[in-house]
Design a protein around this ligand. Structure first.
Ligand code: ATP
Length: 429
């Protein structure tokens, strides 16, 4: 639709006075109309639902025929199916709340069970192709069968055992929103837990958490056939409330918002392959290859490596914690060397150091695959010392300027809270 220019001052003045327009008025009028047309023409793609966005909607509509985990409803009647029971969190892409299915919800959506509370995330469906770029463009490009395999893998009970939050249902509320119904994580996020920690984590606990995180990304790569692209402590959550630092319990990987579904599931032989993807992730948690617009299974391994480094010594490598600017972070990732021989690291076992070194190899060919990492002696419990990894080093970790509340007021905070929000950004060449 063309914009309405009838309220343009030139035209309004001419019409109001009942005068014939002068040559100058005609000239101004023509200019206004031309300018209006030009701006309409330039902004046109932003007004239309792009082809890719429309394809995505159509794919979900088609898939509901063959898969119980996808359903389409119209005109905002989600409240008929779910009762909201409190806000759980908000991210850059949506809000999450606790819900329980109503009787109507239970009879309409097969994957749900009575008497169980779930987490439900509301995401705005992309209206433009530009928004789709960083979100789920891969959904549009892969064959339908792969999209279905991905959704099914996230919906299986096995996902829970492999430390991935189970996505039971995607409800498309046309045309605006999508609701993702997941198993409810009752404990804090890994970042929340780390931030509230008064002291360092025992090495054995670090190994246990590392095993769970690797198992999650391994499942996503090998069974669902996707790369997560946003592995960070904010995207792991404890299934239950944490009571014991030695055995904090099970964590699960959630937030598949940036997951990139690949045409083929990843195997050991393709675990170091890199794919050309739309850039996306969280600044300090980006792998070296992500800065070049590339991504693969190894990029998620890098994310786990950063988390394990932080768990073991209370700080991120390469001085990342203190960096704010995109260019500084990029330089640190490319130019700073991984230093595992500082005084704080000398308190950590040799196998833990080797493990971190292999996960944070900048060259993807040298970086451990998930299979190799899961077989590492650090992960195997009998080899991990039960000692505190670096108990005496709390004073070396200044409170993060980004979380003064948690770090300074509550407990002095051992772990920094850094770089929380997922972003789309343009990688520099
Ligand atoms: N299954 C769940 N159970 C309990 N809480 C959850 C669950 N999923 C998400 N949350 C809460 O909601 C918050 C936001 O969720 P999520 O990270 O998926 O949103 P996002 O928009 O993708 O965020 P980000 O910008 O960090 O990528 C989380 O930090 C967490 O606290």
């Amino acid at each position: 639709m063309l914009p309405d220019y009838s309220d343009s001052p030139v035209l309004a003045g001419v019409v109001a006075q009942g005068l014939l327009p002068s040559k100058r008025d005609c000239y101004l009028l023509a200019q206004t109309v031309l300018r209006g047309f030009a701006s309409w023409f330039c902004s046109r793609p932003a007004w239309t639902v792009g082809e890719a966005s429309a394809t995505l909607r159509k794919r979900y509509i088609d898939i509901q025929e063959s898969y119980d985990g996808v359903a389409v409803i119209h005109r905002g009647c989600i409240e008929d199916y779910f009762t909201e029971g409190g806000h759980l969190g908000r991210g850059g892409f949506g809000t999450v709340c606790r819900v329980e299915p109503t009787g109507q919800g239970l009879s309409r959506f097969k994957p749900l069970s009575p008497g169980i509370a779930y987490a439900m995330k509301r995401v705005k469906l992309p209206n433009r192709d530009t928004e789709l770029e960083s979100l789920s463009k891969s959904f549009v490009n892969i064959p339908m069968s792969r999209m279905l395999e991905f959704l099914q893998a996230l919906g299986e009970e096995r996902a829970t055992r492999e430390h991935v939050t189970r996505n039971l249902l995607r409800v498309l509320d046309m045309p605006q929103s999508m609701y993702i119904v997941m198993n409810l994580l009752e404990g804090p996020t890994l970042q929340g837990w780390m931030t509230a920690m008064k002291t360092a984590v025992p090495e054995r606990t670090c190994a246990d958490l590392a095993q769970q995180m690797l198992s999650a990304v391994h499942y996503l790569h090998r069974v669902a056939g996707a790369v997560h692209r946003d592995v960070k402590p904010d995207n792991f959550g404890f299934v239950r409330t944490v009571r014991n630092i030695d055995q904090p319990g099970n964590v699960q990987l959630f937030d598949m918002g940036l997951a990139w579904v690949l045409p083929e599931k990843i195997q050991e032989s393709t675990a170091t392959n890199l794919h050309d993807v739309a850039p996306g992730g969280t600044l300090r948690w980006l792998s070296p290859e992500a800065w070049c617009g590339l991504c693969g299974a190894c990029s998620d391994v890098w994310g786990v490596g950063l988390i394990v480094h932080t768990l073991l010594v209370g700080d991120m490598p390469f001085g990342l914690r203190k960096l704010e600017e995109e260019v500084q972070v990029r330089n640190a990732v490319f130019k700073s060397k991984l230093n595992l021989s500082t005084s704080i690291w000398r308190r950590v076992s040799a196998q833990a150091r080797k493990f971190v070194d292999q996960l944070l190899a900048k060259d993807v060919a040298a970086r451990a695959t998930t299979t190799a990492a899961l077989r590492h002696s650090f992960i195997r419990e009998e080899n991990v010392p039960p000692s505190w990894s670096s108990r005496a080093c709390t004073e070396n970790v200044p409170p993060s300027p980004q979380s003064p509340k948690v770090c300074t007021q509550k407990c002095g905070g051992f772990f920094p809270r850094v770089g929380r929000r997922s972003i789309y950004f343009h990688a520099v060449d």
